[in-house]
Every structure is written in structure tokens, then in C-alpha cells.
Design a binder for this molecule. Structure first.
Ligand code: ZN
Length: 468
């Protein structure tokens, strides 16, 4: 089978080639989840082999290795696997677990001409990737990732102590949505997000144990069930949790509310785990909860909702979680994202255009912080790009309302301020004393209010309160 490429895949691959022709050794291809990164690098690997090259594809998770192997097989690209328990083969393409290659480095009498690094944001000099790339220091390198930065925000370029010399930007999420390759994300952030000020940061993200203690609460869980029932009842949904126990509690709450729900975790045997994932695909389960990323190898396009109950400082993790719901599926009009933990305010909307560099994600001066680049509807909690009205429910923002955060009290404040502004407008539009009296009566104002306003407009001294 020949590899049928989409237009943007062609263009990305041509840019990668141009970078190598410009004598860059290590190129980083950035493209969102769902853009077909595996297809693109399989194509590049296959072309390299056609020209007599040898390709080593590195991945750090079993699911990704299996997924890559399946894609290569679909394209009739012969390949071997460098994995425990797999005998070595002579194939020109080898798909490898990083850890296994590291263990066999000294014994391998095989020199790749191209090394593909999947999920390249894990590739740093101190990880196994670093040892493999240093060992084969004449091979070209192609890194692929959706988020080209480490957890601490550092870039992956040589300028930031990483490997890559050139960055190629693939399509944006918005472009993929427009072209129909991804579903449009609609984000709701109902009030009640937990206060994380007391949670420590470890290794760039919230400390897992402390996080679970803050988010594993009946109020937050109840809120998630309520809003699932309101916005996407019965839709196949994945709920991202902060611990195994948290995932179990949340599944129990959804079950109690009458939904078919279950949790999965790493302690389960493969059959149970795979069975529950399959059940979500067939509709036997409506809600699947987990504290781990449900990996790319287990994509279930029918999933139309992602419920975020695990706050994260990692933009990559956030985008991966949301990405689980973005696969297109017949009849799916959009993907519902229920963010109960403030991730969209921390990182912006899933389909924001992001500017990536090899230095890391520096916010340009002109770019607002993520929570200022979004507006939140006080009526339905949709989080969206600033515009005069809510795209979900049509709520019209009074001109002076400031940008909203998700905190309950502030939402109430926004509603008050919206009401105040509406009241002022109504009053300004009231032309006659009669109109003003009607408004005053409707609002329960003092009987003299209309006369006072009217008199002030005529430039007369209003009567004193005492005389009214
Ligand atoms: Zn709305």
C-alpha cells in the first residue's frame, strides 16, 4: 500500500527535507495530536530506506511502539522490533524501545542513517535518548512531538541544551478542525475549581499526592457529574483523575447517577483494562475514569467528551487529555471539554494557535496570558476567545465586563457587574419621565428617583430628598 498523504503532511515533509538539505542534522517536526505524526515519519522512514538508508525509530512506551509497527505494516514497510523477547532482524527499519536500545548499544553492529524520536519532548541529554543519539552521532535525527518543550518549559533546541537545530511547524489544531480532521472543542469551565495555592510543585508539575487530596472531593466530583448530565449526557467520556482512588470515586459517583461508568489503572491485568476501553468504544460504558493518560495507542474516536479533574502545569499533558475527545466520528458535531480544575485558564484553549520555538515557549510581549486570552460566559460557563457574545448560548457581554476567571465568587461578581451595566443602559435609553418612572417602579426604587434623574437631565436642581 502506498502512503496517501494529506496536503499539510506533504508540505511538512517537504520542509523537513529542506532542513536536511540546508545541512541541519537534527530536525524537530511539531504537529498536534491527530495530525498523523506516525504516518508522516513512516513515510520519511520508508523514503530513506528506498534510498538505501537504515532507520531507527525510538519510542518510550510499548503502546507507541505497537502503533508505529502497525502503521509501518499497513504501508508494507518491513521492520524489526528492538524489544525484550524479540529476536534481532536484518530489516532496514527498526522500531525500538529506548531502554532496550540503551542496554544493547555496545552490542549493536548496525548504524542507522536516520533516527526518528517519537514524543521528542522526552529527548534530553540526560535520558536514554541522549545516550542513543550520542552513540550514533552521524545519523540524521527527526524528532516529532505535539508540544516541543520539556515540563519545565525549556525548549528542545541546541540553544536550550537540547538536540534539535531546526523546527518545522505542521498544521495548527484550528486548521485541522477546519479541514474536518479534528472535532471542534467546546470548553466549559463550571465554577468550583479547587484552590491549588497550597499544593507544592515537584519536577515542574503539581505534587501528585497533594493534588489528589485537593481534587478528590465530593463537591468537585458532584459538580462533574452534574455538568456532564447538563452538557453531554450519555456521551462517551473519559475523565482524567489525580490518583487511582480518585478515579474509582469518580466512577462510583457517575454510576450512582445512573451512568455506565468504570475506572482503569495500571494495576489491572491487560484483559480487564483493554475490555473496559473497548466497552467505551461500543457504548457498553459511557464514562471511563483514569489517573493515567489513556495513550495514543488506545484512541477511541467515538469519545466526545473529556472531563478534566486533574490540574496540571504541563501544557503537553493538558493537550493530550483534551486530544482524546477531538478525533472526528460520524455524527459528532463537537468535542465537549468539561474543565473543573482550571486547566484552560492555565494553558489557554485547546485550539489556540501556539507559537513554538526551539528555545522553549516564550510568551511574546503582545500575547496576553492564557487566562486573559479567553472569555468565560457567566450564563453557561463556556470558555472561548474574546468576542461580543457567547458562541454557545448567545449571552451578550456588556461592553465593560472584564475578562473572567473561573472562581465562583468572581463569576458572581461578573454577573453583578453585567447587571449593573445593563441597568445603566436601560436608564440611558429611557427618554421621558414616564419611561424613568416605569424603570424606577420595576426596580423598586424610591418614588422620587425618576423625577430626580429627569430634573438632572433638564439641568434643573433636583428636589431635595426631604421634599419628596
Ligand atoms: Zn454562554
Amino acid at each position: 500500500m502506498t502512503i496517501d498523504l494529506r496536503t499539510y503532511q506533504h508540505s511538512a515533509i517537504n520542509q523537513v527535507r529542506a532542513a536536511y538539505q540546508a545541512r541541519r542534522r537534527a530536525v524537530l517536526l511539531v504537529a498536534p495530536t491527530g495530525s498523523g505524526k506516525t504516518v508522516m515519519f513512516s513515510y520519511i522512514a520508508s523514503s530513506a530506506v528506498d534510498r538505501g538508508g537504515r532507520v531507527l525509530i525510538l519510542a518510550h512506551r510499548q503502546e507507541l511502539i505497537r502503533q508505529t509497527s502497525r502503521t509501518l505494516a499497513a504501508f508494507d514497510v518491513a521492520h524489526g522490533l528492538i524489544l525484550p523477547g524479540h529476536p534481532a532482524t536484518e530489516d532496514a527499519v527498526q522500531v525500538a524501545s529506548v531502554q532496550t536500545v540503551v542496554r544493547r548499544l555496545e552490542r549493536l553492529d548496525w548504524q542507522p542513517t536516520l533516527i526518528v524520536v517519537d514524543e521528542a519532548h522526552h529527548a534530553t541529554r540526560t535520558t536514554g535518548h541522549g545516550r542513543v543519539l550520542a552513540h550514533f552521532d552521524t545519523a540524521r535525527v527527526l524528532g516529532v512531538t505535539a508540544t516541543p518543550q520539556r515540563l519545565d518549559g525549556q525548549g528542545l533546541g541546541t540553544v536550550a541544551g537540547g538536540f534539535f537545530e531546526s523546527l518545522v511547524s505542521g498544521p495548527t489544531v484550528q486548521e485541522l478542525v477546519t479541514a474536518g480532521y479534528l472535532s471542534r472543542p467546546v470548553v466549559y469551565a463550571p465554577p468550583g475549581a479547587p484552590d491549588l495555592s497550597g499544593v507544592r510543585r515537584i519536577g515542574g508539575d503539581f505534587a501528585a499526592g497533594e493534588l489528589a487530596a485537593v481534587v478528590d472531593r465530593p463537591t468537585i466530583t458532584g459538580n462533574a457529574v452534574t455538568h456532564y448530565a447538563r452538557y453531554c449526557p450519555g456521551q462517551p467520556a473519559i475523565v482524567f483523575c489525580a490518583s487511582v482512588a480518585h478515579a474509582e470515586h469518580v466512577a462510583a459517583a457517575f454510576s450512582l447517577a445512573g451512568y455506565q461508568a468504570a475506572s482503569i489503572d495500571g494495576t489491572m491485568d491487560d484483559t480487564t483494562r483493554a475490555g473496559r476501553i473497548a466497552d467505551l468504544g461500543t457504548g457498553a460504558l459511557q464514562v471511563l475514569t483514569s489517573c493515567e493518560i489513556i495513550s495514543e495507542g488506545t484512541d477511541i474516536p467515538v469519545v466526545g467528551a473529556a472531563v478534566l479533574l486533574r490540574p496540571t502545569q504541563s501544557l503537553g499533558l493538558y493537550l493530550q487529555q483534551v486530544g482524546r475527545a477531538l478525533r472526528p466520528f460520524p455524527g459528532k458535531t463537537h468535542a465537549t471539554i468539561l474543565d473543573h480544575v482550571g486547566n484552560c485558564h492555565r494553558h489557554g484553549l485547546p485550539d489556540d494557535d501556539r507559537v513554538w520555538t526551539l528555545e522553549g515557549r516564550k510568551r511574546r510581549k503582545a500575547d496576553p496570558a492564557p487566562d486573559l486570552a479567553v472569555k468565560q460566559c457567566p450564563a453557561c460557563y463556556t470558555v472561548h476567545r474574546p468576542r461580543p457574545a457567547c458562541p454557545s448560548c448567545g449571552f451578550v457581554y456588556p461592553a465593560s465586563v472584564r475578562v473572567v476567571r473561573e472562581v465562583d465568587g468572581e463569576l458572581a461578581e461578573i454577573q453583578r457587574s453585567a447587571a449593573r451595566d445593563a441597568a445603566k443602559r436601560e436608564q440611558k435609553d429611557a427618554k421621558t419621565l414616564e419611561d424613568l418612572r416605569r424603570i424606577g417602579a420595576a426596580r423598586g426604587y424610591h418614588p422620587g428617583w425618576a423625577e430626580r434623574v429627569h430634573a438632572a437631565r433638564q439641568g434643573r436642581q433636583p428636589m431635595s430628598r426631604a421634599s419628596q
